[in-house]
Each structure stands twice: as structure tokens, then as C-alpha cells.
Write a protein that binds this ligand. Structure first.
Ligand code: NYM
Length: 212
């Protein structure tokens, strides 16, 4: 235990409302980890490159209509189709920085009125993140940031509900960063949180599964 043979990468997830700065910060985090000598990759969900991902993308851009349960299960399937690759990357020592994960799945779908436990069920058995960083922004502030891009869900009233659902999902692996503070400060806090997490994973912290 704690020996080099147990060394694995960390699963770091960034969550937050649309336009909270997740994409910028996850990109910077990967660059910073690599600069410090860690192997790291940037992942995102939905992964729009797969055939399931293309169905999701077409739904998000209002080019297709799907029942709320159906699209929920597609988002989940999109994570399941990546699960084994995710596990093998982590086991080979690569840290994965993931822009959105199961928490987005649950927070967004339950904002439409779906039962939260029903929403969590298909996520059971996916890999549990070692760290979830929530970039906290008031929905009104997020809406001011250059406007929403016009995809489905990018509306103030909906985002308020999503924010409330995220609060319900918060657990012990969550860390909150004020997304309205200066960008450099966010970058530094995020880097320090991730480095601590990478260290505990290198020291042999076992991989676990959702929801734990
Ligand atoms: N989204 C994302 C969901 O509704 N369920 C999910 O499981 C995931 C991963 O898709 N508004 C929503 C949140 C976003 C949208 O994400 C697309 P992005 O980060 O804009 O590509």
C-alpha cells in the first residue's frame, strides 16, 4: 500500500452553471499540471464526438426533440461508453480533468422536474471523482457574461433551478471556488486543490464508484 505499483492518476471534475468559467479553468489546470510534470488530459461531457454524443449535440442545439427521460439516459450512456477508457487511463497514471460529469446530468435533468433519485440511478457504477470543484456563480452574474449561446438550458430561470439542485448534490469530495473572483486566483486555488488530490491518488487511494 502506498507503493509505486498503486500509483494512479486522479479523477478531477469541474462543475457549475453554464458560463461559470469551467472550460477556461479546466484547460488551464491541465496545462499547469503538465508544466509541473504530471501527465494529465482534458475530458468533457457531453463528449460530442461519439454517435450518442451527436444525438445529444443535436438535441442541445434544438435540431431534434427528445423526451426528458430519453435525453437523460443518453447523457448517462455517453459517460458509460467512456468508462473503461477512463479507468485504464487513470490506472496508467494519467490524471483526468473532466469538464462536467454525472452531477451535471442530475442537476440539469431534475431541473426539468424529473425525480432526483431516478436521475441518479443510471450513474451508479460510474467511476467516482476524487475531487469535484464547483465554480460558484450567481445565476444572474453568469447570464451577464456575454450572454448565453442559445443552446437549450441557457436561460436564467432554468439555471436558478440547476443551481439549487447542485446544492443538494454537494458531498465530502466537493470544494467550492467563488467563480466571480479574479481569474488568476481561481487558477491558483484550483491548482492547489488538484495537486493535493493527485498526491493522495499517487499514494494509493483506491478508485471507487458512484454514488459514494
Ligand atoms: N448537460 C451536460 C446535461 O444536461 N446533462 C449532462 O449529463 C451533461 C454532461 O449540457 N448546458 C448540459 C449542461 C450544458 C449542456 O454542456 C452542454 P457544455 O459544457 O456547454 O458542452
Amino acid at each position: 500500500r502506498g507503493g509505486k505499483e498503486d500509483s494512479r492518476g486522479a479523477l478531477v471534475v469541474l462543475e457549475g452553471l453554464d458560463r461559470c468559467g469551467k472550460t477556461t479553468q479546466s484547460t488551464r489546470l491541465v496545462a499547469n499540471l503538465e508544466r509541473l510534470g504530471h501527465s494529465a488530459e482534458l475530458w468533457r461531457f457531453p463528449d460530442r464526438t461519439t454517435s450518442v454524443g451527436q444525438m445529444i449535440s443535436s438535441y442541445l442545439s434544438n435540431k431534434s426533440q427528445l423526451d426528458d427521460h430519453t435525453i437523460h439516459l443518453l447523457f448517462s450512456a455517453n459517460r458509460w461508453e467512456k468508462r473503461s477508457l477512463m479507468e485504464s487511463k487513470l490506472k496508467s497514471g494519467i490524471t483526468l480533468v473532466v469538464d462536467r460529469y454525472s452531477y451535471s446530468g442530475v442537476a440539469f435533468s431534475s431541473a426539468k422536474g424529473l425525480d432526483i433519485e431516478w436521475c441518479k440511478a443510471p450513474e451508479i457504477g460510474l467511476l467516482a471523482p476524487d475531487l469535484v470543484v464547483y465554480l460558484d456563480i450567481p445565476p444572474e452574474k453568469a447570464a451577464e457574461r456575454g450572454g448565453y449561446g442559445g443552446e437549450r438550458y441557457e436561460q436564467l430561470e432554468f439555471q436558478k433551478k440547476v443551481g439549487q439542485n447542485y446544492q443538494v448534490l454537494r458531498g465530502p469530495t466537493w470544494k467550492i471556488i467563488d467563480a466571480c473572483s479574479p481569474m488568476e486566483g481561481i487558477e491558483e486555488q484550483l491548482q492547489n486543490m488538484a495537486l493535493d488530490c493527485v498526491k493522495t491518488c499517487q499514494e494509493g487511494k483506491p478508485l471507487s464508484c458512484l454514488w459514494s
